[in-house]
Design a protein around this ligand. Structure first.
Ligand code: ADE
Length: 234
C-alpha cells in the first residue's frame, strides 16, 4: 500500500516517516510513503502557488494548475485521490479500513485561506478530520496515513487492533499492567483470574459501559447481541 501526499511542506512529514512503527514498516517495505511538493509544478518564475480571490476579498486562494499538474505526475488508474478540507466527509475508522485496501492513496493538502473550487473536480473524495479549521491539510494527511498504515498487513500485529476503539462499534475496554496495586488503585480481580470466558465478558461489559457514558451516539443504531443486551442491562 502506497500513500502519496501532495503538500507545500514535505518537511512536515519528516518525523512521521522516521519514527517508531511507521519507520519500521517503511524499512521493511510493508508500506510506501512519499511526499510531492506541488510548488515544483508552478509555471511562473516566482513559483507562486496562490493568487488573490476572484471577486475580491481578503486572503489568498490556492491555484488549480500546480495541484492538477502535481496530481497528473503521480496518479495512476489504481490511485484514489482525497482532498483534505474541513468541508469533507468526517474521517472514520471504517474509512481507514477501506483505504488500507487500496493500492495507492493520494492525499492533497490545501493551505492558506482556501483553494480554487475547481480543485474539487480532480478528486475522488473530500475528507475532514474534525469540525475545526487547521492552517492546512498536513495534520489531517498525517492522521489519515497513520490510521491507514497501522491496518496494513505486517505493520502491527493484527490481534492488537481487533479490540481497538471503534473496531466493533464500541470504545475499547480498560487495560492494565503491573503493578497490581498502584497507590491503592487495584487491577480488577477478574483480570488476574486466568478465567478467559469471564475476562472476555468483563471486557465486553466495560466496553459497553464506556461507550454508553462517553459516546452514547455510537449505540444509537447498534443491533445488540443477546449477550450484550444482558450485560448492558446489568
Ligand atoms: N484543513 C483545514 N482544516 C481541516 C480539517 N479539519 N480536516 C481536514 N483538512 C483540513
Amino acid at each position: 500500500m502506497k500513500i502519496t501526499v501532495l503538500t507545500l511542506f514535505p518537511e512536515f512529514f519528516d518525523s512521521f516517516r522516521s519514527t517508531s512503527i511507521i519507520a519500521r514498516a517503511l524499512a521493511k517495505q510493508e508500506i510506501e510513503f512519499e511526499t510531492v511538493d506541488y510548488r515544483l509544478f508552478t509555471k511562473d518564475k516566482h513559483n507562486h502557488v496562490d493568487d488573490t480571490p476572484c471577486g475580491g476579498g481578503a486572503g489568498m486562494v490556492l491555484m488549480v494548475q500546480p495541484i492538477a499538474d502535481a496530481l497528473k505526475s503521480v496518479r495512476t488508474e489504481n490511485s484514489y485521490v482525497v482532498l483534505l478540507t474541513p468541508q469533507g466527509t468526517p474521517f472514520k475508522q471504517q474509512m481507514a479500513h477501506t483505504y488500507a485496501g487500496y493500492d495507492h492513496l493520494i492525499l492533497i493538502c490545501g493551505h492558506y485561506e482556501g483553494f480554487d473550487e475547481r480543485i474539487r473536480s480532480l478528486v475522488d473524495a473530500e475528507v475532514s478530520i474534525g469540525d475545526y479549521v487547521l492552517t492546512g491539510g498536513e495534520i489531517g494527511a498525517m492522521a489519515i496515513s497513520d490510521a491507514v498504515f497501522r491496518l496494513c498487513t505486517g505493520v502491527i500485529r493484527e490481534a492488537s487492533h481487533e479490540d481497538d476503539s471503534f473496531e466493533n462499534g464500541l470504545l475499547e475496554y480498560p487495560q492494565y499492567t503491573r503493578p497490581i496495586d498502584y497507590e491503592g488503585q487495584q487491577v480488577p480481580e477478574v483480570l488476574l483470574s486466568g478465567h478467559h470466558a469471564n475476562i472476555r465478558k468483563w471486557r465486553l461489559k466495560e466496553s459497553l459501559r464506556k461507550t454508553y457514558l462517553r459516546r452514547p451516539e455510537l449505540l444509537k443504531d447498534r443491533v445488540f447481541t443477546k449477550e450484550e443486551k444482558v450485560l448492558f442491562d446489568e
